[in-house]
Design a protein. Sequence first.
Length: 190
Amino acid sequence: MKGVLPMGQIGSQGLFVAILIALLSTEIYRFISNRNLVIRMPEGVPPAVAKSFLALVPGFCVLAVVLALRLLVEATPFGDINTMITDLVGIPMSHIGGSLPGMIVSVILIGILWTLGLHGDTIVLVFIRPVWLTNMSENLAAFQNGLPIPHIITQQFYDLWIAPGGTGALLGLVIFMLIRSRQRADETAG
C-alpha cells in the first residue's frame, strides 16, 4: 500500500532505534538551550508565548540534525536506519549467537539493558532467537534421522538453564542467599 505510514518498525524492532533517536534529540535540544541560542521576547510578552519561542531554535536544530541523519543513512546501501542497525548489530550477533561465548555475551547484554531500564530480552533476543530456533530445527532433523545432535545452544537451552528466576538463572543464587542468611541469623541468635 502506498500513502500510509509503514507499521513494520513500530514493534520491538524499532524500539532500540527510537530510544537512540530520543536520546540524541534530547541531548541536541539541551546543548542548544544551554548555549542560549534561543529567541528572546520583550518583557511585555506573556510567559506562555515567550516559552514557546524559546523552544523554536532548539526544536528546529533537532529536526535539522535528525533529517540530515536520515538523508545520510538513506544514501547508504542500508536504505533506512532500522536496516542499518539490524545489519551492523543484528547479523554479527546472530553469527555468534549459536556458540557458548555468544550465549554468555547475550545474557550479559540482556542484564546490562535491564539495568538501564530497557527490556533486554526483547532487544537482544530479536537478533539471536532465530539462530536458536534454526539450531532447534536442525537438532530435530538429526534426531529423527538417528544422527548425533549437532547443537547445544538452542532456545530450550536458554529457557531451561538461563532464564529461570531471571536472566542468568538467578533463582538458585536467591535460594542460596536465603538459606545462608538464615544460617547466619541462627548463629548470631544462639
